[in-house]
Write a protein that binds this ligand. Structure first.
Ligand code: HEC
Length: 250
């Protein structure tokens, strides 16, 4: 009995230590079936993120097809750029940005990551939290820092919507060492949106990024249900056939 408890403890120990080490993440209120939300997110992505970040595994006309839009509609909504050769971006093009890696290194201290798969590598909750936890920090080159991604190279591009927050620190004693910790935030400059509006705005953007990271996921899940139904029906026939084959053996 004691041995069982020990094994159980060992099995859950990594989960406990992992949970303890990761920062608190808010749950992203997203619905991958909500095409209007994904469209709003796509527009935000084109307006505020695509100037730096590519989503190089995605094509504009794929978004148009999945969101029931025409090529003209998608062009009007999200294509404002030229490619690296200076030609106007076409609807069939991949969502690559024209910014060179050298320029990004000079401006932000490193390359700007492609965001095609970030919703899968980081998770939707991480993205939703990250985009809402920027705060003013004079020690950083962009004047901004982030509690979810400390010392991030990215400026707070959505500050006009969210406003600017300043951290309120508390000093705590841990084993004789005093540690400064952020306790809460004060708004130093109000944004154009209320907190609820900003949360919904970010949720749409995250919904779009989750869609981009796996465009077929809705289809895949629906297909999965049919496959399971098929297997359930097939099981009956397989079982009857097995009985038929084995009936003379015993
Ligand atoms: C001015 C250029 C710029 C813009 C605009 C910009 N970013 Fe960034 N972003 C960066 C840079 C640079 C990094 C890399 C930060 C680092 O590694 O320190 C980054 C990192 C990120 C990361 C972390 C990726 C990872 O897995 O490490 C995410 C997520 C992200 N950006 C999302 C966005 C979203 C969403 C938008 C639009 C609202 C946006 N960014 C707009 C420059 C930008």
């Amino acid at each position: 009995m004691k041995k069982h408890i020990l094994i159980l403890l060992l099995a859950i120990f990594p989960a406990i230590s992992f949970a303890a080490s990761s920062a608190h993440l808010d749950t992203a209120p997203i619905d991958i079936h909500d095409k209007d939300s994904i469209k709003r997110g796509a527009k935000t992505f084109a307006d505020y993120c695509y100037s730096c970040h590519s989503a190089g595994f995605m094509r504009f006309n794929r978004i148009a097809k999945d969101m029931d839009m025409s090529d003209d509609e998608i062009r009007e909504m999200m294509i404002f750029t030229r490619d690296k050769k200076g030609e106007v971006t076409k609807v069939g093009d991949l969502m690559n940005v024209a910014m060179s890696t050298d320029y990004a290194k000079g401006a932000f201290g490193g390359p700007v990551p492609d965001l095609s798969l970030t919703a899968r590598s980081r998770g939707a909750n991480w993205l939703y939290t990250y985009l809402r936890t920027f705060y003013a920090d004079e020690g950083r080159p962009s004047g901004m820092n982030n509690t979810t991604f400390p010392d991030v190279g990215m400026p707070h591009v959505l500050w006009e919507q969210q406003g600017i927050k300043k951290p309120v620190y508390v000093t705590e004693e841990h084993a004789g060492v005093s540690v400064k910790r952020i306790e809460s935030f004060d708004t130093v400059q109000a944004g154009s949106m209320t907190e609820e509006e900003y949360d919904a705005f970010v949720a749409d953007l995250v919904n779009f990024m989750v869609y981009v990271a796996e465009p077929v996921q809705v289809e895949r899940r629906e297909l999965g249900v049919y496959v399971l139904i098929y297997l359930a029906i097939f099981f009956v026939f397989a079982y009857l056939l097995k009985k038929e084959y084995w009936k003379d053996v015993h």
